[in-house]
Design a protein around this ligand. Structure first.
Ligand code: ZN
Ligand code: ZN
Ligand code: ZN
Length: 325
């Protein structure tokens, strides 16, 4: 994510800001890609501190994609909803850099159901997932304690709501891309045949764990469960890596590999350079985190086989193999 400037005083403001230190009330305009004076706020601004400008209907582009909001009979759920929408805006803004789900994207956008487990009618079972353009998110995981508990339970190296959004939206992107010339052939060569029984594959994964040697060509154990999950995990990592690089450069970090001061990782066409440079920042961040006794920021190993898949995802998601349409 880039850094932004306050329209009133010109000082740096961050993507989630609703106001500047100078006192100006500001909003992020996702079409202009910058902060503007607060004139036309999203209708959810007062409720969940959404800081985007409104489009038609009074909601911003991101809130307009949310069809069902959490039952906010209690304040805790309101806070979870606010956190969940903030992470969603970040992921959507990243994808907009490649043209996805913007005003000029002629294809459909995903729809979201953001659901709470604690409802006025009692405990609800909420399973995150994607089906036919509908993404279900469990806002219980916007609570950091709950997130950590589940991460430990599943022995995962990374579990965040941002990662959940990237994974589920990746399933939707697959649906948008599957009909393009050459996509499925290339996909099946690298990821395997996605027509393999999905239910059976997931049952096997949860009963026996990932197959031996999954690390050689899968970015996470879950990616080894089924080609669809491999795509979603790999695409999520491409989004993680691109945002790591974009954010590191915006924060003033530099690397010898990139000398152009106006370099934009979202326009990089050399997938290997993008992945290698981003992963380099990931390793650097891990090192810095250890100075504070914190966990690694990017605890993953990218083998040549995984990089090849990342390159495939990159070409399609970036619109280089076939423009966003
Ligand atoms: Zn200001
Ligand atoms: Zn909004
Ligand atoms: Zn999935």
């Amino acid at each position: 994510m880039r850094l932004f400037t306050c329209p009133a005083c010109g000082e740096t403001v961050f993507f989630p800001n609703t106001n500047c230190a100078c006192g100006a009330m500001i909003a992020y305009d996702p079409e202009e890609r910058g902060f503007v004076p607060l004139v036309d706020p999203c209708r959810n601004r007062e409720i969940i501190a959404c800081n985007w400008t409104a489009v038609e209907g009074g909601f911003c582009r991101s809130c307009a994609m949310t069809e069902v909001v959490p039952d906010h009979f209690r304040d805790e759920n309101l806070a979870l909803w606010a956190e969940a929408e903030q992470d969603k805006r970040r992921v959507l803004e990243n994808l907009a850099k490649w043209g996805w789900f913007t005003a000029t994207d002629p294809g459909p956008s995903p729809r979201f159901h953001l659901l709470a487990e604690e409802t006025r009618r009692g405990e609800a079972q909420v399973t995150m997932g994607h089906a036919n353009g509908l993404i279900t998110m469990n806002v219980a995981e916007s609570d950091p304690v709950e997130l950590l508990r589940r991460r430990e339970q599943l022995s995962e190296r990374l579990r965040t709501m941002v990662a959940h959004y990237r994974h589920e939206i990746a399933h939707f992107l697959f649906e948008r891309l599957r009909g393009r010339d050459g996509f499925l052939d290339g996909f099946r060569t690298l990821f395997g045949d996605e027509r393999a029984d999905y239910g059976e594959a997931l049952t096997r994964h949860y009963e026996n764990g990932p197959r031996q040697g999954w690390q050689a060509d899968h970015v996470t154990p879950y990616a080894a469960a089924h080609p669809h999950e491999d795509w979603a995990e790999t695409a999520a990592h491409l989004m993680h890596l691109t945002d790591i690089l974009d954010s590191a450069l915006a924060a003033g970090m530099r690397t010898e590999a990139l000398t152009n001061p106006d370099y934009d990782p979202y326009r990089e066409s050399d997938s290997d350079l993008l992945v290698t440079t981003a992963a380099g920042f990931g390793i650097a961040m891990n090192h810095v985190n250890r100075a504070m006794g914190l966990a690694d920021a990017y605890p993953f190993v990218l083998t040549p086989a995984i990089r090849e898949k990342l390159g495939f995802v990159h070409g399609w998601v970036q619109g280089r193999y076939s423009p966003v349409r």
